[in-house]
Design a protein around this ligand. Structure first.
Ligand code: COA
Length: 309
Protein backbone atom coordinates (compact mmCIF):
# COMPACT_ATOMS: atom_id res chain seq x y z
CA UNK A 1 0.00 0.00 0.00
CA UNK A 2 1.43 3.45 -0.80
CA UNK A 3 2.18 6.05 1.86
CA UNK A 4 -0.71 8.39 0.99
CA UNK A 5 -3.23 5.52 1.07
CA UNK A 6 -1.93 4.37 4.47
CA UNK A 7 -2.15 7.92 5.89
CA UNK A 8 -5.69 8.40 4.53
CA UNK A 9 -6.92 5.06 5.89
CA UNK A 10 -5.32 5.68 9.28
CA UNK A 11 -6.92 9.16 9.51
CA UNK A 12 -10.31 7.71 8.54
CA UNK A 13 -10.13 5.08 11.30
CA UNK A 14 -9.16 7.68 13.93
CA UNK A 15 -11.93 10.10 13.01
CA UNK A 16 -14.42 7.24 13.40
CA UNK A 17 -12.94 6.30 16.78
CA UNK A 18 -12.89 9.76 18.41
CA UNK A 19 -14.12 13.11 17.08
CA UNK A 20 -11.81 14.99 19.48
CA UNK A 21 -8.64 13.52 17.90
CA UNK A 22 -7.23 15.93 15.27
CA UNK A 23 -6.31 14.69 11.80
CA UNK A 24 -2.79 13.20 12.09
CA UNK A 25 -0.04 15.46 10.81
CA UNK A 26 1.91 14.41 7.74
CA UNK A 27 5.59 13.80 8.32
CA UNK A 28 7.65 16.12 6.20
CA UNK A 29 10.74 15.15 4.24
CA UNK A 30 13.76 15.76 6.41
CA UNK A 31 11.77 15.42 9.67
CA UNK A 32 14.06 14.17 12.47
CA UNK A 33 13.69 10.45 13.11
CA UNK A 34 14.00 7.07 11.44
CA UNK A 35 11.14 6.03 9.14
CA UNK A 36 10.06 2.37 9.46
CA UNK A 37 7.85 0.49 6.97
CA UNK A 38 5.55 -2.51 7.04
CA UNK A 39 3.37 -3.67 4.15
CA UNK A 40 0.29 -1.67 5.27
CA UNK A 41 1.83 0.72 7.78
CA UNK A 42 4.53 3.23 8.50
CA UNK A 43 6.12 4.69 11.59
CA UNK A 44 8.59 7.33 12.64
CA UNK A 45 11.05 6.37 15.40
CA UNK A 46 12.49 9.29 17.36
CA UNK A 47 14.68 9.79 20.43
CA UNK A 48 14.51 12.61 22.96
CA UNK A 49 16.90 13.30 25.81
CA UNK A 50 16.76 15.56 28.88
CA UNK A 51 19.79 16.30 31.02
CA UNK A 52 20.20 15.30 34.68
CA UNK A 53 20.03 18.33 36.96
CA UNK A 54 17.25 20.02 34.95
CA UNK A 55 13.61 20.32 36.15
CA UNK A 56 12.46 18.36 33.07
CA UNK A 57 14.33 15.30 34.44
CA UNK A 58 11.93 15.20 37.41
CA UNK A 59 8.95 14.25 35.30
CA UNK A 60 10.29 11.60 32.86
CA UNK A 61 13.10 9.13 32.10
CA UNK A 62 16.23 10.81 30.75
CA UNK A 63 16.03 9.09 27.35
CA UNK A 64 12.74 8.38 25.58
CA UNK A 65 12.49 6.43 22.34
CA UNK A 66 9.13 7.15 20.71
CA UNK A 67 7.25 5.49 17.89
CA UNK A 68 4.52 7.34 15.99
CA UNK A 69 2.48 4.90 13.87
CA UNK A 70 0.12 5.01 10.88
CA UNK A 71 -1.82 1.75 10.50
CA UNK A 72 -3.92 0.56 7.58
CA UNK A 73 -4.91 -2.66 5.78
CA UNK A 74 -7.39 -5.35 6.69
CA UNK A 75 -5.43 -6.29 9.83
CA UNK A 76 -4.05 -3.13 11.47
CA UNK A 77 -3.05 -5.16 14.58
CA UNK A 78 -0.71 -7.30 12.45
CA UNK A 79 0.63 -4.09 10.90
CA UNK A 80 1.41 -2.69 14.34
CA UNK A 81 3.07 -5.96 15.30
CA UNK A 82 5.33 -5.78 12.22
CA UNK A 83 6.26 -2.16 12.98
CA UNK A 84 7.03 -2.97 16.62
CA UNK A 85 9.29 -5.82 15.47
CA UNK A 86 11.21 -3.41 13.16
CA UNK A 87 11.46 -0.90 16.00
CA UNK A 88 12.83 -3.54 18.40
CA UNK A 89 15.64 -4.30 15.91
CA UNK A 90 16.36 -0.57 15.72
CA UNK A 91 16.34 -0.22 19.56
CA UNK A 92 18.65 -3.21 19.99
CA UNK A 93 21.35 -1.15 18.27
CA UNK A 94 20.77 1.66 20.78
CA UNK A 95 21.45 -0.71 23.74
CA UNK A 96 18.85 1.17 25.80
CA UNK A 97 18.86 -1.16 28.81
CA UNK A 98 19.19 1.47 31.53
CA UNK A 99 16.22 2.16 33.90
CA UNK A 100 16.45 5.82 32.86
CA UNK A 101 15.28 4.97 29.34
CA UNK A 102 11.82 4.13 28.02
CA UNK A 103 10.23 3.04 24.76
CA UNK A 104 6.97 4.95 24.33
CA UNK A 105 4.07 4.50 21.92
CA UNK A 106 1.35 7.16 22.19
CA UNK A 107 -1.99 6.25 20.61
CA UNK A 108 -5.47 7.78 20.58
CA UNK A 109 -7.06 6.06 23.60
CA UNK A 110 -10.10 4.91 21.61
CA UNK A 111 -8.07 3.49 18.71
CA UNK A 112 -7.67 0.15 20.44
CA UNK A 113 -6.42 -1.96 17.52
CA UNK A 114 -3.12 -3.61 18.38
CA UNK A 115 -3.51 -3.35 22.16
CA UNK A 116 -2.65 -7.04 22.63
CA UNK A 117 0.48 -6.60 20.46
CA UNK A 118 1.71 -3.86 22.79
CA UNK A 119 1.05 -6.03 25.86
CA UNK A 120 2.81 -9.00 24.23
CA UNK A 121 5.94 -6.90 23.74
CA UNK A 122 6.05 -5.77 27.36
CA UNK A 123 4.40 -2.34 27.07
CA UNK A 124 1.99 -1.14 29.77
CA UNK A 125 -0.63 1.61 29.45
CA UNK A 126 1.04 4.14 31.75
CA UNK A 127 0.20 7.76 31.05
CA UNK A 128 -3.01 9.34 29.84
CA UNK A 129 -3.72 12.73 28.32
CA UNK A 130 -7.34 13.22 29.39
CA UNK A 131 -9.82 15.79 28.11
CA UNK A 132 -12.79 17.62 29.60
CA UNK A 133 -14.94 19.45 27.04
CA UNK A 134 -16.26 22.73 28.47
CA UNK A 135 -19.88 21.57 28.66
CA UNK A 136 -19.16 18.43 30.76
CA UNK A 137 -20.73 18.12 34.18
CA UNK A 138 -18.62 16.77 37.01
CA UNK A 139 -20.02 14.77 39.92
CA UNK A 140 -17.64 15.26 42.84
CA UNK A 141 -18.64 15.52 46.50
CA UNK A 142 -20.66 18.49 47.78
CA UNK A 143 -18.64 21.68 48.53
CA UNK A 144 -16.78 21.53 51.85
CA UNK A 145 -17.40 24.34 54.32
CA UNK A 146 -14.18 26.12 55.34
CA UNK A 147 -12.22 25.56 52.11
CA UNK A 148 -10.87 28.79 50.65
CA UNK A 149 -8.98 29.02 47.36
CA UNK A 150 -6.53 31.91 46.93
CA UNK A 151 -3.58 32.97 44.72
CA UNK A 152 -0.26 31.49 45.73
CA UNK A 153 2.24 34.17 46.81
CA UNK A 154 6.02 34.30 47.06
CA UNK A 155 5.75 33.54 50.80
CA UNK A 156 4.09 30.19 49.94
CA UNK A 157 7.32 28.86 48.41
CA UNK A 158 8.19 26.44 51.31
CA UNK A 159 4.59 25.10 51.47
CA UNK A 160 4.43 24.63 47.72
CA UNK A 161 7.83 22.91 47.60
CA UNK A 162 6.65 20.48 50.30
CA UNK A 163 3.37 19.73 48.51
CA UNK A 164 5.05 19.44 45.10
CA UNK A 165 7.66 17.05 46.51
CA UNK A 166 4.86 14.93 48.00
CA UNK A 167 3.16 14.86 44.60
CA UNK A 168 6.45 13.94 42.91
CA UNK A 169 7.13 11.04 45.31
CA UNK A 170 3.56 9.77 45.00
CA UNK A 171 3.60 9.90 41.19
CA UNK A 172 7.07 8.31 41.00
CA UNK A 173 5.42 5.00 41.98
CA UNK A 174 3.67 4.78 38.63
CA UNK A 175 6.52 4.56 36.13
CA UNK A 176 7.14 7.89 34.36
CA UNK A 177 8.00 10.46 37.04
CA UNK A 178 11.49 9.64 38.29
CA UNK A 179 13.13 10.09 41.69
CA UNK A 180 16.25 12.30 41.47
CA UNK A 181 18.94 12.95 44.10
CA UNK A 182 18.71 16.74 43.60
CA UNK A 183 14.91 16.70 43.74
CA UNK A 184 14.49 19.31 46.49
CA UNK A 185 16.63 21.90 44.64
CA UNK A 186 14.96 21.17 41.29
CA UNK A 187 11.43 21.42 42.72
CA UNK A 188 12.40 24.68 44.48
CA UNK A 189 13.75 26.18 41.23
CA UNK A 190 10.69 25.07 39.27
CA UNK A 191 8.26 26.41 41.91
CA UNK A 192 10.08 29.74 42.16
CA UNK A 193 9.79 30.11 38.37
CA UNK A 194 6.05 29.34 38.54
CA UNK A 195 5.57 31.95 41.28
CA UNK A 196 7.01 34.62 38.98
CA UNK A 197 3.46 35.36 37.72
CA UNK A 198 1.96 35.45 41.26
CA UNK A 199 1.10 39.17 41.00
CA UNK A 200 -0.39 38.99 37.50
CA UNK A 201 -4.14 39.04 36.75
CA UNK A 202 -3.95 35.34 35.80
CA UNK A 203 -1.60 33.54 38.22
CA UNK A 204 -0.93 29.87 37.50
CA UNK A 205 -0.68 28.60 41.10
CA UNK A 206 -3.60 28.51 43.53
CA UNK A 207 -3.70 27.25 47.12
CA UNK A 208 -6.52 25.54 49.01
CA UNK A 209 -6.72 26.45 52.70
CA UNK A 210 -8.90 24.63 55.19
CA UNK A 211 -9.58 26.97 58.12
CA UNK A 212 -6.43 28.92 57.23
CA UNK A 213 -4.15 25.87 56.78
CA UNK A 214 -2.70 25.37 53.25
CA UNK A 215 -3.50 21.76 52.27
CA UNK A 216 -3.45 21.62 48.49
CA UNK A 217 -2.64 23.44 45.28
CA UNK A 218 -3.55 23.51 41.61
CA UNK A 219 -1.48 24.77 38.69
CA UNK A 220 -3.32 25.95 35.57
CA UNK A 221 -2.16 27.06 32.13
CA UNK A 222 -4.65 29.30 30.32
CA UNK A 223 -4.34 30.20 26.65
CA UNK A 224 -1.87 31.19 25.24
CA UNK A 225 0.41 29.38 27.78
CA UNK A 226 -1.35 26.08 26.96
CA UNK A 227 -0.82 26.44 23.20
CA UNK A 228 1.81 23.66 23.24
CA UNK A 229 -0.90 21.07 24.06
CA UNK A 230 -3.59 22.32 21.65
CA UNK A 231 -2.35 20.15 18.77
CA UNK A 232 -3.67 17.07 20.61
CA UNK A 233 -7.37 17.98 20.47
CA UNK A 234 -9.87 19.39 17.99
CA UNK A 235 -10.65 22.62 19.86
CA UNK A 236 -9.56 26.19 19.23
CA UNK A 237 -9.10 27.39 22.81
CA UNK A 238 -7.39 24.83 25.01
CA UNK A 239 -6.39 24.95 28.68
CA UNK A 240 -4.01 22.65 30.54
CA UNK A 241 -4.35 21.59 34.16
CA UNK A 242 -0.68 21.04 34.94
CA UNK A 243 -0.97 19.59 38.46
CA UNK A 244 -3.22 19.24 41.47
CA UNK A 245 -2.31 17.83 44.84
CA UNK A 246 -3.90 17.51 48.27
CA UNK A 247 -1.89 16.76 51.44
CA UNK A 248 -2.33 13.15 52.53
CA UNK A 249 -4.17 14.01 55.75
CA UNK A 250 -6.82 16.03 53.86
CA UNK A 251 -7.63 13.63 51.02
CA UNK A 252 -11.16 12.31 50.33
CA UNK A 253 -12.74 15.31 52.07
CA UNK A 254 -13.56 17.52 49.06
CA UNK A 255 -10.43 19.73 48.96
CA UNK A 256 -9.35 18.36 45.56
CA UNK A 257 -12.85 18.88 44.15
CA UNK A 258 -12.87 22.49 45.39
CA UNK A 259 -9.52 23.09 43.61
CA UNK A 260 -10.76 21.41 40.42
CA UNK A 261 -14.01 23.47 40.48
CA UNK A 262 -11.94 26.64 40.87
CA UNK A 263 -9.66 25.67 37.96
CA UNK A 264 -12.69 24.91 35.76
CA UNK A 265 -14.17 28.31 36.61
CA UNK A 266 -10.88 29.98 35.52
CA UNK A 267 -10.92 28.00 32.27
CA UNK A 268 -14.59 28.91 31.65
CA UNK A 269 -13.89 32.60 32.25
CA UNK A 270 -11.04 32.38 29.70
CA UNK A 271 -13.43 30.88 27.11
CA UNK A 272 -11.60 27.52 27.05
CA UNK A 273 -13.37 24.85 24.96
CA UNK A 274 -11.41 21.83 26.23
CA UNK A 275 -9.15 21.27 29.24
CA UNK A 276 -6.40 18.67 28.99
CA UNK A 277 -4.34 17.06 31.74
CA UNK A 278 -1.87 14.20 32.14
CA UNK A 279 -2.27 11.54 34.79
CA UNK A 280 -0.71 8.18 35.57
CA UNK A 281 -3.14 5.44 34.63
CA UNK A 282 -2.19 3.29 37.64
CA UNK A 283 -2.70 6.14 40.14
CA UNK A 284 -5.62 4.87 42.27
CA UNK A 285 -6.46 8.37 43.46
CA UNK A 286 -6.13 10.58 40.39
CA UNK A 287 -7.68 8.22 37.81
CA UNK A 288 -11.14 7.91 39.47
CA UNK A 289 -10.95 11.51 40.66
CA UNK A 290 -10.47 13.00 37.18
CA UNK A 291 -13.13 10.80 35.57
CA UNK A 292 -15.64 11.87 38.26
CA UNK A 293 -14.73 15.47 37.40
CA UNK A 294 -15.85 15.04 33.76
CA UNK A 295 -12.55 14.03 32.08
CA UNK A 296 -12.08 11.02 29.80
CA UNK A 297 -9.03 9.45 28.09
CA UNK A 298 -7.94 11.09 24.82
CA UNK A 299 -4.37 9.82 24.23
CA UNK A 300 -2.78 6.81 25.96
CA UNK A 301 0.98 6.40 26.23
CA UNK A 302 2.27 2.85 26.43
CA UNK A 303 5.65 2.58 28.17
CA UNK A 304 8.28 -0.12 28.32
CA UNK A 305 10.93 0.78 30.84
CA UNK A 306 13.81 0.25 30.36
CA UNK A 307 13.38 0.69 26.59
CA UNK A 308 14.75 -2.82 26.03
CA UNK A 309 13.81 -5.34 28.69
C1 COA B 1 -6.25 13.02 43.43
C2 COA B 1 -6.47 14.04 44.55
C3 COA B 1 -6.00 15.40 44.09
C4 COA B 1 -7.98 14.11 44.84
O1 COA B 1 -8.20 15.08 45.86
P1 COA B 1 -9.15 14.77 47.11
O2 COA B 1 -9.21 16.00 47.93
O3 COA B 1 -8.68 13.51 47.75
O4 COA B 1 -10.53 14.49 46.33
P2 COA B 1 -12.00 14.81 46.85
O5 COA B 1 -12.11 14.50 48.30
O6 COA B 1 -12.39 16.19 46.44
O7 COA B 1 -12.82 13.82 45.94
C5 COA B 1 -12.78 12.42 46.19
C6 COA B 1 -13.91 12.07 47.16
O8 COA B 1 -15.12 12.60 46.69
C7 COA B 1 -16.21 11.76 47.08
N1 COA B 1 -16.96 11.49 45.84
C8 COA B 1 -16.45 11.15 44.63
N2 COA B 1 -17.44 11.04 43.75
C9 COA B 1 -18.59 11.32 44.41
C10 COA B 1 -19.96 11.36 44.04
N3 COA B 1 -20.34 11.08 42.79
N4 COA B 1 -20.87 11.68 44.98
C11 COA B 1 -20.50 11.94 46.24
N5 COA B 1 -19.22 11.91 46.65
C12 COA B 1 -18.29 11.61 45.74
C13 COA B 1 -15.60 10.53 47.72
O9 COA B 1 -15.65 10.74 49.10
C14 COA B 1 -14.16 10.59 47.22
O10 COA B 1 -13.25 10.05 48.12
P3 COA B 1 -12.94 8.47 48.01
O11 COA B 1 -12.62 8.21 46.58
O12 COA B 1 -11.77 8.26 48.93
O13 COA B 1 -14.17 7.79 48.43
C15 COA B 1 -5.75 13.64 45.87
O14 COA B 1 -6.17 12.36 46.27
C16 COA B 1 -4.25 13.63 45.77
O15 COA B 1 -3.62 14.68 45.97
N6 COA B 1 -3.65 12.45 45.45
C17 COA B 1 -2.22 12.31 45.41
C18 COA B 1 -1.56 13.14 44.32
C19 COA B 1 -2.19 12.94 42.96
O16 COA B 1 -2.47 11.83 42.56
N7 COA B 1 -2.43 14.06 42.28
C20 COA B 1 -2.99 14.06 40.95
C21 COA B 1 -1.90 13.99 39.95
S1 COA B 1 -2.57 13.97 38.32
Amino acid sequence: MDIDAIAAEHARRLSGADALIPRPRLWTDGQAGTPLRARDGLALATRSVVRTGTPAALWRPLVEYRLDVRLAGTDPSATLSALLARWDEHLAEAEAVDWDSAAVVTRPSRDTVGTSELLRRGFAPTRVLAVRPADRLGAGPPAVPGVRIRHAEAADLPTLVRLRQELHSYDAQFGVVTTRPDEHDLVTTETRDLLADADSATPSLWIAELYGRPLGFVEVQLPPAAKWVSEYVTADRVGYLASLHVAEEARSTGVGSALAAHAHQLFDEAGVEAVLLHHAQANPRSTPFWYAQGYRPLWSSWYRRPAIG
